[in-house]
Ligand binder design. Structure first.
Ligand code: MN
Length: 295
């Protein structure tokens, strides 16, 4: 396969017009959030409303180079645009919650998925309330290719004896991408909602038999990349469903988060079932445990 290059430039309006005039005969269907899209030989050029123009393909530099040396506003960046499609993104949920599992999801979003993503208004899952998550996630799960990992509390507490939280996250994200690659061809553009510096991430993975590389790390990635937003919604949904189950099993409500509300639930749980059962519902290394058991 020929080498795929991605070149993102910020062009002036005049430059965008010149680009369009030059290659107008190759104009293709305009994707979401774009002004126009051109498909000359060996390259897809997408000019986005955000002001970024992305040149993608084996001849990307052939088409981009006239704009890379010239004039104002021409900005070369190795960081690809948020709307390079297809893309794979991953995010985790539950790492700040004393009760319940850690859920990690990696999902692929292709051009054909953008209509659904846009319709659902998927952005940061923290901005979406639980009700919306419960509605949107099943639709995403039926259309997107994704991999979901759920680590329940018993397993989490066993694993945490040998790994800190960030190591656990790194291994789960890596495994999610490995599983995803088993379901579909993994897009070249992969994004993790960053929870640790890139070097640390790979440091945690150094003894893993398979390490997925070529990942772009960015904080608040769910606000910029539809694949991360979708992964975040699916992970959040899995977390909610697990909490439903925990509440059903133990016949009580577990407050989310890691604060005083969670302590209240913890004290209620211990009064009902005893502290020896906590490892089945909570992440024991959290400070909440000491406050709840008084130890
Ligand atoms: Mn995140």
């Amino acid at each position: 396969m020929s080498k795929q290059t991605v070149r993102t430039l910020k062009l002036s309006r005049e430059q965008e017009q010149k680009l369009l005039d030059t290659w107008r005969e190759y104009e293709a269907k305009t994707p979401a959030y774009a002004r126009f899209c051109l498909r000359p030989e060996n390259c897809v050029i997408t000019c986005y409303e955000s002001g970024k123009t992305v040149f993608q393909g084996s001849d990307a530099d052939v088409y981009a180079s006239p704009f890379m040396n010239e004039g104002p506003l021409s900005e070369e960046t190795e960081v690809p645009s948020d709307l390079i499609l297809p893309q794979a993104g991953s995010d985790e949920v539950g790492t700040g919650d004393y009760f319940g599992p850690v859920c990690v999801c990696a999902a692929i979003v292709s051009e054909k998925d953008m209509a659904l993503i846009t319709k659902l208004g998927i952005r940061d899952s923290k901005q979406l309330n639980d009700e919306l998550i419960r509605k949107a996630a099943p639709q995403l799960m039926s259309q997107l290719i994704y991999s979901l990992l759920i680590v329940d509390n018993e397993r989490y507490n066993r694993v945490h004896d040998f790994n800190n939280m960030n190591a656990i996250k790194a291994k789960l994200h890596n495994q999610a991408y490995i599983n995803l690659a088993g379901k579909a061809k993994l897009p070249a553009f992969r994004i993790i909602d960053q929870f640790a510096p890139e070097g640390m991430y790979y440091h945690y993975l150094k003894h893993e038999p398979v390490i997925m590389r070529g990942i772009h790390f960015e904080t608040k990635a769910e606000d910029h990349y539809p694949s991360v937003a979708a992964a975040s919604v699916i992970a959040r949904y899995a977390f909610l469903r697990c909490m439903d189950q925990l509440e059903e099993t133990w016949q009580m409500k577990f407050n989310k988060g890691g604060g005083a509300k969670a302590d209240e639930s913890g004290k209620q749980f211990v009064a009902k079932y005893g502290k020896d059962e906590l490892y089945k519902v909570a992440k024991l290394h959290f400070k909440n445990t000491g406050r709840i058991t008084g130890e």
